[in-house]
Design a binder for this molecule. Structure first.
Ligand code: C2E
Ligand code: CA
Ligand code: CA
Ligand code: CA
Length: 279
């Protein structure tokens, strides 16, 4: 028994060292990737079920490291947040996405908007709204071409501050999405007080919507709540035509997911637009 106890300890400590090493490699790699401009932004279309067309796109970070290979944002974003690297990285994504959507608008897709994921660490910076306004001005972007995707987590700190910042941004003209809706802690009454334009329902609720009556009932009530509060609803992770049909019948406004397209590099997205969106 003593023997297994020690082995177990060694096993755990080996795992710990491994995790710490990985964490260090990620931090160093990420720092270097930012410096050497090796991060990329991919784009995934957002499809409006009523207009029957692409109306926007979401910017999603991609990192291919020479040593670590492709690292998922679900793994490196938390590291970027813990180290503060999310501040320069997040700013870079905003600039890159703004520049890119402007390019597509100039090609004739003038109504496209881009959705950028905003970490709560970024949002909580004092100069966050100033930075957004500056990026918009410097790129001569129409403010309504930029949508900021935030999560419920930002409002855990100070709801009053959060509401004020969001109102300020909306007055300036940018729109706000509440991302990953349904996975957090927020009550519906709390959502009511947030000034947002879109509510994005998390993929986990969409997955079984066609088979699972409970999930379908949840989605239905989210959609009716959103309608009464004047938010648009976006369903994430739509992979089948059955899901699309059910969501359409429920009055969902927009969908995103592999059924429409996977996230793509900008060159591929340009080709995608050529085939799927009238100028
Ligand atoms: P998210 O904001 O919820 O983004 C949606 C995720 O679902 C993306 O994963 C996307 O590739 C994936 N997805 C889209 N459609 C489907 C589908 O039909 N099926 C399945 N299985 N997956 C689908 P990704 O690109 O790996 O990003 C993961 C998360 O990393 C994002 O979740 C977001 O929270 C974070 N992230 C990505 N880029 C950024 C960024 O620039 N800044 C910040 N702060 N976070 C980011
Ligand atoms: Ca998102
Ligand atoms: Ca999401
Ligand atoms: Ca997510």
């Amino acid at each position: 028994a003593k023997e297994t106890g020690r082995n177990k300890y060694q096993f755990y400590s080996a795992k710990f060292v491994e995790a710490a090493n990985r964490r260090l490699l990620l931090e160093q790699g990420l720092r270097k990737a930012l410096e050497e401009k090796r991060l990329k932004v991919f784009y995934q279309p957002k499809f409006d079920l009523h207009l029957n067309q692409i109306t926007g796109l979401e910017a999603l970070l991609r990192w291919n490291d020479p040593v670590l290979g492709n690292v998922s944002p679900d793994e490196f974003i938390p590291v970027a947040e813990e180290t503060g690297l999310i501040i320069p990285i997040g700013k870079w994504v905003l600039e890159e996405a703004s520049r890119q959507v402007l390019e597509w608008q100039k090609m004739g897709y003038s109504d496209l908007h881009v959705c950028v994921n905003i970490s709560s660490i970024q949002f909580l910076q004092n100069d966050f709204t100033k930075m957004i306004e500056q990026i918009i001005r410097e790129n001569s972007l129409q403010p309504q071409s930029l949508n900021l995707e935030i999560t419920e987590r930002i409002a855990l700190y100070n709801i009053e501050d959060t509401i004020q910042k969001l109102q300020h941004l909306q007055q300036f003209g940018v729109t706000i999405s509440l991302d990953d809706f349904g996975t957090g802690y927020s009550s519906l009454s709390y959502i009511k007080s947030l000034p947002i334009n879109f509510l994005k329902i998390d993929r986990s609720f969409i997955k079984d919507i066609f088979f699972n009556h409970q999930d379908a009932a949840i989605i239905r009530s989210i959609i009716s709540l959103a309608q009464s509060l004047d938010f648009k609803v976006v369903a994430e992770g739509v992979e089948t035509d059955d899901q699309l049909r059910v969501l359409g019948e429920m009055g969902c406004n927009e969908i995103q997911g592999y059924y429409i397209a996977k996230p793509m590099a900008s060159e591929d997205f340009s080709k995608f637009l050529e085939h799927n969106l009238v100028k």
